[in-house]
Design a protein around this ligand. Structure first.
Ligand code: BES
Ligand code: ZN
Ligand code: ZN
Length: 491
């Protein structure tokens, strides 16, 4: 739980105080804290350099059991992400120290280059997200999250941002939810199992939930989605979550790729690239988790989450390269490669959403291409859209949340690469090696008509091999904070 603490640290006892410190200029206003930092700085082992940490027990001047001084480096370089990372790292350290709670001393915003709200949000997000450990499959639970994290501020700040702790908690709970879904091994999240879990949580949160099963999907003509699932023993689902805002003029639809495991199908992936393919539903996890937090965040727009859920497997029933399928929209597609399955389930979900729900804006999020990871690495998602305003809004949200996005092109002349000799389109580009992320996005664009649309390829940032400052190894929950920042700035 996140809370403000406005008490006087010289009087009221604080068990663990985390103190961010810059090497070249003071960040804190109060005298006792300043004196403490100055004294620490006289020691050779702590200068406030980035990564410096020093723990003082029962220090003079402050009524604290321990003070953890944490270096931020030069003040000019300490942006919101530096504070987010510092909070995450220090809370993870406290978790390892088996502490039940900690208090972070919030710097005076005026002494940092960051605005007060941004600074508070960053510290709270880093602390909240860092305070998560996914040990559901471990018998021995070595770490437990802290029960409370306090933020030491003056009364004026606490009053002005009273709403902030619960808001940040709601959004971060979404990120954590998405991480945990991504981390689930594929043998525990077959489409029908995963759909049931989403539906249950969504109903409990007060969302409207619709689940289409295979009979309904076949009847309605989801030919592309059904083609992907036909090789799997598990059953495909389409989950639709709806949040109705009190007074809203706009409806935003979010569509998320939900391939619970991607073997590649008959165009089988080589083992190295198959091993982490339980992550191939990260787009759906981000969308579902965003919808789940909507009743608490209460956006000013109506929200729809659409989740096509399948498993891409190999069997005697699997689709073959060269097969031709009929999509929901009526266009036919030649299967050039069974490993380009994400775009197949997405086009049916997108066409259905546009036809039946007529959203003002549609954004899809997907771990769509390895090519996007080659282009941008783990740090950036690729954004594809012809809508400049929508793109700029997403890029801005990416900068604010540090869920970074980079715009990629949608060149019309590349559409040629998706031509098929026999069908309306081929799901694989003729240029097999080049521009894979772009041709995948162009393929999707054939199904969005004139709806305002953006596609976000998160194949890079959805999953990390090694833990970072505020995220354990595995699913990152990328997309939830990005969506919320975007939605909250939409009006
Ligand atoms: N799920 C993969 C993309 C992916 C790669 C996600 C790495 C996460 C990390 C997707 O379904 C895929 O296999 N794409 C192919 C498309 C190709 C066959 C046209 C790719 O990117 O190689
Ligand atoms: Zn694939
Ligand atoms: Zn895939």
């Amino acid at each position: 739980m996140l809370r403000f603490n406005t008490s006087d640290p010289t009087k009221n006892r604080i068990e663990t105080l985390i103190l961010p410190v810059c090497e070249d200029s003071p960040l804190h206003a109060g005298d006792p804290v300043r004196t403490l930092i100055d004294r620490a700085g006289e020691r050779p082992e702590f200068s406030g350099e980035k990564g410096d940490v020093m723990v003082l027990y029962d220090p003079d001047g402050i009524n604290a059991g321990r003070v953890i001084l944490a270096g931020l480096g030069k003040a000019g370089k300490a942006d919101a992400e530096a504070f987010r990372a510092l909070a995450g790292k220090m809370i993870r350290r406290c978790m390892r120290m088996k502490l039940p709670e900690a208090t972070i001393a919030v710097p005076s915003a005026g002494k940092t280059g960051t605005e007060e709200k941004e600074l508070l949000t960053a510290l709270m997000e880093g602390a909240c997200l860092g305070n998560h450990v996914d040990n559901r499959y471990k018998q021995e639970k070595k770490q437990t999250p802290l029960q409370t994290i306090d933020f030491l501020v003056d009364e004026k700040t606490a009053a002005a941002y009273e709403y902030l702790p619960s808001r940040v908690e709601a959004v971060c709970a979404g990120t954590v939810m998405a991480r945990e879904w991504v981390n689930l091994p594929a043998n525990d999240k077959q489409p029908e199992v995963y759909a049931e879990d989403i539906a249950e949580k969504a109903a409990a949160a007060g969302l409207k939930v619709t689940v289409l099963d295979e009979t309904a999907l076949r009847e309605k003509g989801f030919g592309a989605l059904m083609a992907v699932t036909q090789g799997s023993e598990s059953k495909a689902r389409l989950v639709i979550l709806e949040y109705q805002a009190e007074k809203a003029e706009k409806t935003v639809a979010l569509v998320g790729k939900g391939v619970t495991f991607d073997t590649g199908g008959l165009n089988l992936k080589i083992s190295g690239s198959m091993s982490d393919m339980k992550q191939d539903m990260a787009g759906s996890a981000a969308v579902a988790a965003t919808l789940l937090s909507a009743p608490q965040v209460r956006p000013g727009v109506n929200l729809i989450g659409v989740l096509p859920l399948v498993e891409n497997m190999v069997s005697a029933n699997a689709i073959r390269p060269g097969d031709v399928i009929r999509t929901y929209a009526g266009k036919t597609v030649e299967i050039g490669n069974t490993d380009a399955e994400g775009r197949l389930i997405l086009i049916d979900a997108i066409a259905y959403t546009i036809e039946t729900m007529k959203p003002d804006i549609l954004i899809d999020m997907a771990t769509l291409t390895g090519a996007c990871v080659v282009a941008l690495g783990e740090g950036f998602a690729g954004v594809f859209s012809e809508d400049d305003e929508l793109t700029e809004a997403l890029l801005r949200s990416g900068r604010r949340t540090f869920e970074r996005c980079w715009r990629m092109p949608l060149p019309d002349d590349y559409r040629e690469l998706l031509k098929s000799n026999i069908a309306d389109l081929n799901n694989m580009s003729r240029s097999k090696r080049w521009a894979g992320a772009i041709t995948a996005a162009l393929f999707l664009s054939e199904f969005v008509k004139d709806t305002r649309w953006a596609h976000i390829d998160i194949a890079g940032p959805a999953f990390i091999e090694k833990e970072s400052a505020y995220c354990g190894a595995g699913g990152t929950g990328f997309g939830v904070r990005l969506f919320w920042d975007f939605l909250n700035h939409l009006l």
